[in-house]
Design a protein around this ligand. Structure first.
Ligand code: ADP
Length: 265
């Protein structure tokens, strides 16, 4: 079988008898490769902004008197942007590792979806800064059982991606529908879209279709990995439909068992 790695041990016993033990370690090897790739990715992501910051500081130290106040202000602003980027990356890494390792299952809070989505809508609108038409559509209220903080983070992440990958003048629609079959949250945008071959890999850590664009808009490449973990803990299923140049639709379906009716305590 391709990609199969066996660990074979030969143990002699008796006069000329041998015991052969073979173990399939392909899975272990795969995990080890993933771990190594992850460490390499993190190091690379941190090294790039750090190089910029230390480069600016060195330039300033060497030629403090050669620069005008405006030049210095400009350098400091660029260095500050890079350190904010590192901070964001570390925050996302900590969130991801808390979700992955032994974090408690989401608290079974009763999360009133309409209220939560009004907050998310405000936040996404603020991020857009008036460059997009951001709307909220609520069809049926509903209460989700889970962690409010985590659900807020997952929904806001999908909303902010829609704004970040949609050119000015575009539309972003946040929708919630809920009936006896469950609930669905979706975010539609009229943005750059995603080619089909990238879609299955979007929730991998550090996977980006266009690294430059992700960086420009303050991305860490970890957003959808965090979303996937949060949704997994809430039995939410993520679907992505997208057409390059037309737009994307990210939707999350929750089963009826994750919903409580809003009038019941
Ligand atoms: P990033 O910080 O790079 O945005 P994410 O994990 O949130 O990382 O998303 C991974 C990649 O998926 C992005 O780099 C981008 O290429 C693509 N992507 C996510 N959301 C959208 C969207 N609404 N429209 C187009 N591309 C998107």
């Amino acid at each position: 079988r391709r990609g199969l790695t066996l660990l074979v041990q030969v143990i002699p016993y008796g006069d000329d008898q041998k015991l052969v033990i073979s173990r399939d370690i392909s899975q272990l090897e795969k995990l080890e490769t993933m771990r190594r790739d992850f460490v390499a990715n993190v190091s690379h992501e941190l090294r790039t902004p750090l190089t910029v910051v230390s480069g600016f500081l060195e330039t300033l130290m060497d030629g403090w008197d050669d620069f005008s106040r405006e030049d210095i202000a400009h350098f400091l602003k660029l260095a500050h942007d890079q350190s904010t980027r590192m901070q964001r990356l570390i925050e996302d890494l900590l969130t991801l590792s808390a979700l992955e390792t032994g974090a408690p299952a989401p608290a079974e809070e009763r999360v009133e979806v309409a209220g939560l989505l009004r907050e998310v809508h405000q936040q996404v609108d603020l991020l857009s800064g008036g460059r997009h038409e951001v709307t909220l559509h609520l069809d049926g209220d509903g209460v989700l059982l889970g962690s409010r903080k985590e659900l807020h983070s997952a929904f806001a992440n999908l909303g902010s991606n829609a704004v970040r990958y949609t050119p000015a003048g575009g539309k972003v629609r946040l929708c919630w529908r809920c009936d006896a079959n469950g609930g669905e949250f979706s975010v539609e945008d009229t943005g750059i879209g995603i080619a089909a071959e990238h879609i299955p890999r979007l929730t991998e850590r550090f996977y980006r279709v266009d690294r430059g664009r992700s960086r420009e808009t303050g991305g860490t490449g970890l957003g959808l990995a965090i979303v996937k973990h949060i949704l997994g803990r809430h039995q939410g299923e993520l679907h992505v439909d997208s057409t390059p140049g037309v737009g994307s639709r990210f939707s999350v379906r929750f089963p009826p068992t994750r919903l409580a009716s809003s009038d019941k305590p």
